[in-house]
Ligand binder design. Structure first.
Ligand SMILES: [Zn+2]
Length: 265
């Protein structure tokens, strides 16, 4: 199934009117870099340094439902059957249910924020003071999209991937396709960008909803799992020195607090 032919076919979010201009990828299993949104480098900003983001401030940075080290639940999440976990515990047989849980939870959080993530408030897919992700359209051109449109594209694409039995086999005896690791990495990279935008642009609303412990827990689990299974690229998490990803600093803070006892640098 192609990416956009099935918008609205499955999963939670109602399609929005601004999905009409979607580019059309050629395949549901295109390589990780094809049709990939990417980062438009911008000049470093001039002027006084930006104030510290709220998500890096106490007590919000420590607010998490699960206390202690997330590695323990990465190694064996309590809601994953141990036999299933053992059976799928390799890169080629990835516990797709967990990826589905990340997607579903993130989608629910974003669904609550859509009234704030408007074209007016978020004209670009921002994730740091000097960082705006761009989308590659069907002409292979980098284009800026409003964050809401960008996130719609990402979430619809991920939903279709998770729903596609040729990408995520759900029946016993079906092999995982050779492109599976790169597909999962690509999904991870895109979901990371959605997290990064929410932290950068909507953390005040998360606080207003008193959801920061839940959101931090979800993100910490996402990071710990991604690091454990090498799905996270540090360059995606941290960005460049001139265009850092805001949540890259959160990763460092949580590592320093022992929340993420992972070996990745
Ligand atoms: Zn937004």
């Amino acid at each position: 199934m192609s990416f956009f032919n099935s918008i609205g076919r499955s999963m939670a979010r109602a399609p929005r009117s601004n999905t009409k201009r979607a580019p059309t990828p050629t395949s549901a299993t295109f390589p990780a870099d094809a049709q990939s949104p990417t980062v438009l480098k911008q000049s470093p900003s001039i002027g006084p340094p930006a104030p510290k983001p709220l998500y890096l401030c106490s007590p919000f940075v420590e607010a998490a439902l699960v206390k202690g080290n997330f590695k323990t639940i990465v190694v064996l999440p309590k809601y994953v059957d141990i036999m299933e976990w053992v059976a799928v515990n390799s890169m080629h047989a990835f516990p797709s249910r967990l990826l589905f849980d990340f997607y579903t939870n993130l989608n629910e959080f974003y669904g609550v924020l859509t009234e704030f993530c408007t074209q007016h408030n978020c004209p670009t897919m921002s994730a740091g003071p000097t960082l705006n992700y761009t989308w590659i359209n069907q002409d292979r051109k980098h284009v800026h999209l409003p964050a809401s449109t960008y996130i719609d594209y990402v979430m619809t694409w991920v939903a279709n991937m998770l729903d596609d039995d040729s990408v995520f086999p759900t029946k016993a005896g079906h092999d995982f396709p050779p492109s599976f690791p790169s597909t999962v990495k690509h999904i991870y990279r895109q979901l990371l960008r959605v997290f990064a935008h929410i932290y950068h642009a909507h953390f005040a609303q998360i606080l207003h909803l008193r959801s920061e412990p839940h959101f931090n827990s979800l993100f910490a689990h996402f990071l710990a799992f991604g690091a454990e299974f090498e799905l996270l690229e540090m360059k995606d998490l941290k960005g460049s020195s001139s265009s850092p990803v805001g949540v890259g600093a959160l990763w460092e803070r949580w590592k320093g607090m022992g929340i993420l006892a992972v070996s990745a640098s």
